[in-house]
Design a protein around this ligand. Structure first.
Ligand code: CTP
Ligand code: MG
Length: 206
């Protein structure tokens, strides 16, 4: 039984209508992506101190900029892994084998690490591109700002856990999970950034 079969088995029952099944797939798409959604918000809370690029420049421009710090990277990653662990613990009594799609323990822990780290690497990739295009720290770049972390997570999953990614976000009607994530992410991103801005943790509301 694959992890996603385990997930479906427990998320759906015989009496579920096709509509209900699709709603469950959409919800599971968001649920499984939470360890990739949280690290960037957590990085805002934990951020500060020495930048990841240690102030280095390339062709006259900063490699990443002061907005990417080691504390943000480590704290953000730890937050994603902590949340993933919590989600697996919630799923454990219901689906000990598949953990509602995360897969078998202990590989599921590595999946969560990949989701979390990939998200922060994607965010750094976005900053790298912004600096190359001459945009200063905090400058808005629509699409890239909203999707860089998701692209990072998905690419790292594609490298290390392609089966996990495809079985949860592509095969059969699992594209619904992918679509849900693609539609929700910009909305969540915007909402969280407005909160961060109001809390005084971010200079700009994007
Ligand atoms: N942050 C951090 N370390 C990271 C990611 C984020 O310390 N690896 C913190 C920084 O304080 C950053 C804030 O979270 O300013 C918001 O993150 P983000 O919007 O990604 O950074 P920006 O400051 O907008 O910088 P950039 O233009 O490079 O995206
Ligand atoms: Mg930004």
């Amino acid at each position: 039984m694959t992890p996603s079969e385990g997930c479906e088995k427990h998320l759906s029952t015989e009496s579920n209508s096709p509509m209900m099944e699709e709603v469950l797939i959409a919800l599971s798409g968001l649920w499984l992506m939470l360890p990739a959604l949280v690290p960037n918000s957590a990085a805002v809370l934990f951020g500060g101190g020495p930048p990841v690029d240690l102030g280095r420049s390339w062709r006259g421009r900063r490699l990443l900029g002061d907005g990417k710090t080691w504390c943000g990277l480590i704290g953000g990653c730890a937050a994603g892994v902590a949340l993933g662990t919590l989600l697996m613990m919630i799923a454990l009594p219901f689906d000990a084998q598949g953990l509602w799609g995360f897969g078998r323990y202990p590989e599921a822990m590595v999946v969560v690490l990949v989701l979390s780290l990939g998200s922060l690497l994607g965010d750094m990739g976005g900053s790298f591109i912004k600096r190359r295009l001459g945009r200063s720290r905090g400058a808005s770049m629509p699409v890239l700002d909203q999707y860089d972390f998701l692209i990072g997570s998905m690419l790292l999953l594609l490298v290390f856990y392609p089966d996990w990614l495809l079985s949860n976000y592509w095969e059969g009607n699992r594209w619904i999970a992918l679509l849900t994530v693609l539609v929700s992410v910009p909305l969540l991103h915007r909402g969280v950034n407005i909160i961060g801005y109001r809390m005084g943790r971010k200079d700009v509301p994007w």
